[in-house]
Design a protein around this ligand. Structure first.
Ligand code: KG4
Ligand code: ZN
Length: 378
């Protein structure tokens, strides 16, 4: 486990003045994270412990290892965050934790710890939807008003949503197979670039020629706003096989060219679907300059950010994206989503809410993948 340097986005020594303060805990996947935010959007403390080293040899997240690492590290991390902000748990006004969707073992660790801390301090517990954490982060970093159009791109999700308010989401499109982050991770694995794949593919693509390989753009120009990435993954596999056949091995220029062509194909798919969703959103939300927000781990990709920004400007939308440190999973996004819910209902207490491995943001939307007893994954 590597302790990523604590990212204190705003100085902790400027004495917070605006209560309430919310402690947020994130354990839904392979990051153990905690943060404290104040009602005026200051991040008073913010730490992320990455488990990348623990999962790297398996090429992906192993749920049992993840849960065990959360158990070992969460208490200490919370104590560090409290110390960073010169608080005790009695000084926070509520404790929020990711309660779903995610890996159930990790969710249980975060939720049980948060409930115990909240109960001990006599404060409310707030159950946060991880996706809502990503969806609202931009209101912490940039103070964006509702409504906005959101592209949520992460390891488990790829969705276009109209965001009308806290808890008010309408899904305009979703992936019918793989999530976009998953496509990055699988591409990286095929290229032998390791885990997590997104940053590795982005780096390799910088040296590549995007025109050498012609990859498909699944669902491009098709009706609706859905995405599909599984065909792209197969095309990457075929291209890699062809390189090995032609040259006896996959060389670094092959890798770079495949990654660049892959990233261009992803950008074309995302911007094409965004254009359609923007028209739908504008119909409902009216004219004027509307905000477009990209969030989730894949939003850390500079190439995709630039392409989305360009499309957004052509469509007359205002482009917004959280700072890179708040795109991938972190505790501040959970603390902030908890804050938004707490401000909307100061009597809130979710002490009876249990971890939910599946928890869609738009509960009325039909699941397209991951149908199951507990509801849709995306
Ligand atoms: O939001 P996140 O941290 O966790 C989930 O909620 O899934 O997103 C993780 C995903 C991974 O698939 C990772 O490869 C991808 O985000 N990612 C990136 C980049 N940084 C992280 N994908 C493309 N480019 C990046 N720079
Ligand atoms: Zn996430």
């Amino acid at each position: 486990m590597s302790d990523r340097p604590a990212v204190i986005l705003q100085a902790a020594n400027t004495k917070p003045t605006v209560r309430p303060f919310v402690l947020g805990i994130e354990t839904s996947c392979d990051e153990t994270a905690a943060a404290i935010v104040s009602a005026d959007g200051q991040i008073l403390a913010h730490r992320v412990l990455s488990q990348i080293d623990d999962h790297a040899e398996y090429g992906g997240v192993v749920p049992e290892i993840a849960a065990r690492q959360h158990i070992s590290n969460l208490d200490g991390l919370i104590l560090k965050v409290l110390k960073d902000s010169q608080m005790t748990v009695a000084d926070v006004d509520a404790v929020a934790a990711t309660t779903g969707p995610g890996l159930v073992g990790g969710l249980m660790v975060g939720v049980m710890t948060a409930k115990a801390a909240a109960r001990a301090a006599g404060k409310p517990f707030i159950a946060v939807n991880h996706l809502e954490g990503h969806a609202l982060t931009v209101r912490l970093s940039d103070d964006i008003s509702f409504p906005y159009l959101l592209l949520l791109v992460s390891g488990g999700h790829c969705q276009l949503l109209a965001v009308y308010g806290v808890g008010q989401y309408r899904r305009l499109g979703t992936t019918i197979d793989d999530a976009v982050g998953e496509a990055f991770d699988k591409t990286a694995k095929l290229m032998g670039l390791g885990y997590p794949g997104g940053p590795a593919v982005e780096k390799a693509a910088l040296e590549g020629n995007p025109l050498r390989f012609k990859f498909p753009r699944p669902l491009m120009n098709k009706p609706g706003c859905n995405f599909s990435f599984s065909g792209l993954k197969t095309a990457v596999l075929r291209a890699a096989e062809a390189c090995v056949e032609a040259r006896g091995a996959l060389y670094s220029d092959d890798r770079a060219d495949i990654c660049a062509a892959f990233q261009h194909a992803v950008a074309d798919c995302l911007t094409n679907r965004l254009t359609r969703a923007a028209a739908l959103f504008r119909e409902k939300a009216g004219g004027g300059e509307l905000p477009f927000v990209v969030a989730g781990g894949v939003a850390a990709n500079q190439f995709l950010r630039a392409r989305l920004q360009q499309t957004c400007e052509e469509l007359g939308f205002v482009f917004c994206a959280p700072p890179l440190a708040l795109c991938t999973d972190n505790g501040a996004m959970i603390a902030w989503a908890g804050m938004e819910r707490f401000l909307a209902d100061p009597t809130i207490d979710d002490r009876d809410v249990s971890p939910r491995p599946r928890w869609p943001l738009d509960q009325s939307a039909e699941p397209l993948v991951g149908r199951g007893k507990k509801g849709p994954k995306s």
